[in-house]
Design a protein around this ligand. Sequence first.
Ligand SMILES: NC(=O)c1ccc[n+]([C@@H]2O[C@H](COP(=O)([O-])OP(=O)(O)OC[C@H]3O[C@@H](n4cnc5c(N)ncnc54)[C@H](O)[C@@H]3O)[C@@H](O)[C@H]2O)c1
Ligand SMILES: [Zn+2]
Length: 362
Amino acid sequence: MKTVHVRLGERSYDINVGSNTLANLASVLSDLSLSKKGALITDSNVFPHFGKKILDHLTDNGFDLSLIEIPAGEPSKAIETATGIWKKMLELKLDRRSFLLTLGGGVVGDLGGFVASTYLRGIPFVQIPTTLLAQVDSSVGGKTGINLPEGKNLVGAFYQPRSVQIDLDVLKTLPEREFKAGIAEIIKYGIIWDHAFLNFLDKNMEALLNLETEPLTTAIAKSCEIKAMVVEMDEKELGMRAVLNYGHTFGHAYEAAEGYKDLRHGEAIAVGMVAAAKLSHKMGLCKIDEVNAIEQLIQKAGLLTQVKGLSVENVRKHMNVDKKVQDGKLKFILLEKIGKVAQRTDVPEDLLNEVIQESLNG
Ligand SMILES: NC(=O)c1ccc[n+]([C@@H]2O[C@H](COP(=O)([O-])OP(=O)(O)OC[C@H]3O[C@@H](n4cnc5c(N)ncnc54)[C@H](O)[C@@H]3O)[C@@H](O)[C@H]2O)c1
Ligand SMILES: [Zn+2]
């Protein structure tokens, strides 16, 4: 098992990563000095896999844990679901000392974290992320929230968990497509921060796709470590944290242009990371070898480097309404070299359109 310590003063906490870590959940919770009363929030896909086991394990160890199950899927990340959970928690007589456990992907984590941050002005919560994306991204950094009909993640809070428990074994039931989408975010950490880590991913990609414990523990822990380091420098996203958006100005635009129907977030980011690398090269920032290395690694992970069925105009339209537009200028995180990125607002229109065109296929 590896432990990543997130240093945020009195809000510091540990992320434990390894195989079968959930077998120690009761003692982890006891070490946090939480009360024995709490609720487990999970979704309808995840509960049948691991929910019952966790409830039994904690009950056997003296915890009084109630189950709150929500329908699986992004539409649950809404105020109506949050209201339902707040009311259920009141019925259960959860008080300010009670705790929440969030067991699921980014939807459960973001929603559950938001509920924890607001119920009785905030109660402790522990994240058990069960998608690879949630393990390396959404469960780290304290962003919680819900969507509005007007857009994603428009209401929320920065609220840190008391601990994050990452168990590799839960990934065995995760659909392959979800797993690969998570790999895209792992590749992102290598690109923005750590050339040696990118080389490690290149060497071990097959083992990672086969869920081999050792390389997967290393890849997840390293990703959490890089994200934690960036968050420690910039918890409230005022500057530095923007590097985590590498590939995302493009990626979000592909997702929005496609109407959030089929494309997974990580799949859109994979295409976006290649586009951002190409743009960086066209602007004279990085070498073509580095663009090729990124493209090849993404392909090795079984991810596509182009999206189907979109037009440049449509992608541009959605790019312009993205929240990364500042003072009327689009912000891009561009590559100087692998392991080093910089924020730029001076991207020439023609080069931007050129790389978007190259990222579209049919
Ligand atoms: N807070 C942040 O910093 C942050 C960062 C990135 C993404 N997000 C948010 O995360 C969400 C996406 O997260 P996601 O990709 O994990 O989606 P998700 O939570 O919808 O999970 C994807 C699917 O996998 C299922 N699932 C989860 N774990 C499983 C398992 N172990 N076995 C089988 N099925 C399983 C879920 O039920 C769901 O159907 C979005 O709402 C996004 O905005 C937040
Ligand atoms: Zn992302």
